[in-house]
Design a binder for this molecule. Sequence first.
Ligand SMILES: Cc1cc2nc3c(=O)[nH]c(=O)nc-3n(C[C@H](O)[C@H](O)[C@H](O)COP(=O)(O)OP(=O)(O)OC[C@H]3O[C@@H](n4cnc5c(N)ncnc54)[C@H](O)[C@@H]3O)c2cc1C
Ligand code: FES
Length: 259
Amino acid sequence: MTYEAEIVTQKKLATDCYRLEFYAPEIALSAQPGQFLMVKTSLTLDPLLRRPLSIQSVDHARGLVKVVYRVVGKGTALLAAKKLGRRLNVLGPLGRGFTMLTNGKFAVVAGGLGMAPLYFLVQRLKALGNEVTVFYGAQNRYQLVLVEQLAGLRVNYVTATDNGSSGFKGTVVDLLREKGLPPVDIVYAAGPPPMLRALGELLREVGMPRTEVSLEERMGCGIGACQGCAVKVHGTEGPVYKRVCADGPVFSAEEVIWE
Ligand SMILES: Cc1cc2nc3c(=O)[nH]c(=O)nc-3n(C[C@H](O)[C@H](O)[C@H](O)COP(=O)(O)OP(=O)(O)OC[C@H]3O[C@@H](n4cnc5c(N)ncnc54)[C@H](O)[C@@H]3O)c2cc1C
Ligand code: FES
């Protein structure tokens, strides 16, 4: 479904990083953690394609939806220039999200803006009475953009930064290697591909607990029609391709072939 959603807030969180909130009660009601939206960033044909953004959180009561994004090109720059009260054309919620369980123990491993879909997940896992530990890494403390919101969820979290400006000095995977992974039912992860690959290697060394990763690929349609977002995964008879938009974006880490 597409919606013309009114922009309610637009806040700069760090250099080139923004949180945008819009009114879309249907999305707020139906969205599941790990799902994403295809956002039309321009009223013209440039850029032609919608841009995929993860749902960072929803507010059922007020019908609000938040996304957090980094300006990396034309589409996200146009999004950052949008003013309050303007309408945003949004398609979604799309894709298959994270597995949700109750009364379990979970580890959440986030790199940079990978925290956006994982924040929504942590929020829901906590609401379902689960025990959640978050490992959150970024280049520096200014890039740990959702750390305050995380603190508000009263969840156990540890941070890692490449330059040591917050928490552990090193990557979030270095942190896990040093501190060890607590016994958990599922590890959930999202972040840059090198981080996810390194995490997969570490988890294999410790016996590969069940792990779900959220993948990002450039997308065309976002609804499974163009094959533009294909990723290689292990099939029963060798490698096969799956579509990040329709078969994911959440996949079992064991399934993914990192290239
Ligand atoms: C399921 C999904 C969820 C996402 N969630 C978020 C989110 O919550 N917050 C956020 O900031 N970004 C997210 N992204 C990435 C976001 O969609 C891209 O950054 C955005 O489309 C870039 O658009 P642009 O027009 O600004 O840049 P473009 O001009 O299209 O590209 C600028 C640069 O970014 C690179 N790039 C663009 N898209 C991607 C991509 N999908 N993966 C890797 N590199 C890319 C290009 O190769 C190029 O170097 C998500 C992507 C997917 C597939
Ligand atoms: S973006 Fe078209 S099939 Fe995934």
